[in-house]
Design a protein around this ligand. Sequence first.
Ligand SMILES: Cc1cc2nc3c(=O)[nH]c(=O)nc-3n(C[C@H](O)[C@H](O)[C@H](O)COP(=O)(O)OP(=O)(O)OC[C@H]3O[C@@H](n4cnc5c(N)ncnc54)[C@H](O)[C@@H]3O)c2cc1C
Length: 466
Amino acid sequence: MTRVLWFRRDLRIHDNPALVAATQGAYDDGDGSVTPVVLIDPALWPTWGTAKQAYLIDSLRSLDASLGDNLLIRHGKAQDVIPALAKEFGVKAVHCAADYSGYGIQRDDEIAKSLASQGVEFIKTGSGYAVAPGRVTKDDGTFYKVYTPFYKRWLVHGWRAPAADPEKWPTWAAPENCDGYPDRPDTGSVVVPVAGEAAALELFEKFLAGPIENYADDRNRADLAGTSKLSIALKWGEIHPRTLLARLGDSNGQEVFRKEIAWREFYADIAFQRPDTITDYFNPVYSQMKYDTGTQADEKFTAWCEGRTGYPFVDAGMRQLRTEGWMHNRVRMVVASFLLKDLHVEWQRGANYFFDWLLDGDLASNSHGWQWTAGCGTDASPYYRVFNPIGQGIRFDPNGDYVRKYIPELRHIPDGSIHEPWKVLGGLDHGYPEPIVDHAAERLEALARLEALPKGAQKPLYPKAD
Ligand SMILES: Cc1cc2nc3c(=O)[nH]c(=O)nc-3n(C[C@H](O)[C@H](O)[C@H](O)COP(=O)(O)OP(=O)(O)OC[C@H]3O[C@@H](n4cnc5c(N)ncnc54)[C@H](O)[C@@H]3O)c2cc1C
């Protein structure tokens, strides 16, 4: 009798507690047989962008190879397929890692009930986080709404060492009635990076061997390869954050990197405690703000999406998104601020667009990254902070290398003056547009709209002492 190991957002075989538990159970049963399964839901699949589809297919193929080409792919809704599989194979237990998203919790509860009615156990082991959402709480048991105290308590809570590989690997059951991979789509403008666990581990080793030492300084520089680029692998569970944390010491760069990983854990925790904040305001007062809608706002939104705002640092970011399915963190903040505070578009519109294009698109980090920038989220940036798209470019791309890489129409400008091409003789000669708005004027407009909110709304909802 086999056990089912259902892979979701944990597409790796090392440091995988659910795999270890399934293996242990299978040997306890007597035969050590495990059926590794992945589901493709035909209702959800078409809603994904082609780059994400292609990346997932590549990642699954990599996982499949690690499993000796024994990955069973079934198409259908999890609530139907998993109980049916359990019956088909007559299994004792279905194993997986816990999912803490609102939808995931509901889906898993339904599956657990169906399986229980068949006398089958549903065993969740581990999660995609070093510390599972809901575990880091204040003394009174409530959750943290501010990052720094969360971080301190998260450190004190600590996390397990990476899960060791099973002493004896299971016998992977040969896939029966496999529905096969969906067709790998043409990814259009996006060049998808190499997917899979081996690629993620290699990326991490490269980061450890060099960039991490200067990470504290370089991580904000859009023109340098100063960050790990591991967000995509973390999103799909090709690598576990515990694997990363176990290799970090106390150098400045390593400490700052640990803090960044904690942001991911913090936002996952907030989304677990307040699932409504994936789409709604963390600070509800901000929903009363005046936002622009209608044809003109739509046109500006389209210019933002396509990297045609006339602000080079913003446009380079949006074009990076559309060619790599990824964007540098500093630039994410700047483009988000531009949409919110220069174009006065509501944050959910930008968040949805990001989510469609980002290969690392993660509901918690994305929605809360947007809400932070909008000023309505946890630890929100002060309401009066409006990123200056020119100043940010000059500071974090001083020679213009980042802009030149993504905007061919500006490649003839050889230095930092690229951030204000309208001031350069012949700067706009190759088709790059004039700014679509005047940043100085729109900044004042944004501040006026914030001031118009009910008194006190501009202050963080929770004071820093929280
Ligand atoms: C508007 C906006 C939207 C965002 N959307 C996402 C998203 O959908 N998915 C996503 O993974 N990150 C998101 N981020 C956070 C951040 O931009 C990316 O995690 C980071 O750019 C990934 O690059 P990296 O792996 O090289 O990061 P590194 O600098 O190498 O950091 C290491 C890891 O720490 C985590 N991390 C770092 N910064 C943050 C942060 N601010 N918030 C949460 N986690 C962080 C990521 O898992 C990252 O891979 C968003 C930020 C903003 C401002």
